[in-house]
Design a protein around this ligand. Structure first.
Ligand SMILES: Nc1ccn([C@@H]2O[C@H](COP(=O)(O)OP(=O)(O)OP(=O)(O)O)[C@@H](O)[C@H]2O)c(=O)n1
Ligand SMILES: C[C@](O)(CO)[C@H](O)COP(=O)(O)O
Length: 236
């Protein structure tokens, strides 16, 4: 039997944007940095809203956010802002609460970092297509291309990793509502330190599917990433 065979699962979308962007060392929160004449948050949300299977976006904002009202997206009725939490997973759990009671267990929850404005519509479509019959979910990823070193606190190289099976975890990450809800709850109860949704699902003993996406779906994390993202977007 295919999942939810009587009815197509819905896709609920959460964009966590409640981080402080400490590694950017900027004068403002990361979502409100400019790429050319646009806010980063507007670029990311615009991309997601072009995806046919994305209807409404639930957007986690920092409790002290005072910038959102200045964006192009603030007047878009397809975006529902809510208050995020102290850690990324708190923000995503608060997102699930926005549609808990309306979502079916087998509905999809798509989570995409606000900090990844270069995501391609085609990659999101292929992720959702590849997962169609999957009961857990998965994520976009890209293979590592550099040689990977394990380095000690003293700066000395301790080992060279076998990179042949190592991938960068990207977003979107897409999971069945019931799986993601259970995974994030369990991670919280066990005080597990997780940086993405897939890690929480893995801790349940489940295996998210990794779908190859474009490596240029970078996360704007450190100052030099901003110019790189602007350059990538010019080529799209
Ligand atoms: N409490 C938090 C922490 C992070 N995020 C979001 O999670 C995504 C990935 O996090 P990252 O790029 O690390 O952003 P920051 O946490 O803002 O950056 P930093 O770790 O440098 O402070 C971002 O879209 C960020 O806004 C969130 O919604 N709520
Ligand atoms: C979700 C993520 O972008 C996947 O690479 C990443 O884990 C976020 O982690 P960060 O430590 O908050 O940058």
């Amino acid at each position: 039997m295919t999942p939810n065979s009587s009815q197509s699962p819905r896709v609920w979308t959460i964009v966590p944007a409640a981080g402080v962007g400490a590694r950017m060392r900027a004068d403002r929160p990361k979502p409100y940095l400019r790429l050319g004449d646009r806010f980063l948050i507007d670029l990311t949300l615009e991309r997601l809203l072009k995806v046919g299977r994305i209807d409404t976006i639930y957007l986690a904002l920092h409790p002290d956010d005072r910038w959102w009202g200045n964006t192009e997206s603030a007047s878009n009725g397809r975006i529902v802002p809510f208050t995020g939490g102290a850690e990324r997973d708190d923000s995503v759990r608060a997102g699930l609460d926005q549609f808990r009671g309306r979502a079916s267990p087998l509905d999809w929850v798509l989570v995409h970092d606000v900090a990844r404005p270069c995501v391609r519509e085609a990659d999101i479509d292929s992720l959702l297509d590849e997962l169609a019959e999957n009961r857990v979910g998965g994520l976009l990823g890209a293979p590592l291309t550099d040689t990977i070193k394990e380095v000690g606190a003293d700066g000395a190289v301790k080992a060279t990793a076998d990179r042949s099976r190592l991938w960068r975890a990207l977003t979107p990450q897409v999971f069945r509502f019931e799986v993601l809800d259970r995974a994030l709850q369990s991670a919280r109860e066990n005080s597990a330190k997780i940086t993405d949704e897939a890690s929480a699902v893995e801790l349940l003993g489940l295996q998210p599917r990794l779908v190859a996406g474009c490596a240029d779906n970078i996360k704007v994390t450190v100052p030099e990433d901003l110019a790189l993202a602007a350059w990538i977007l010019r080529g799209h």
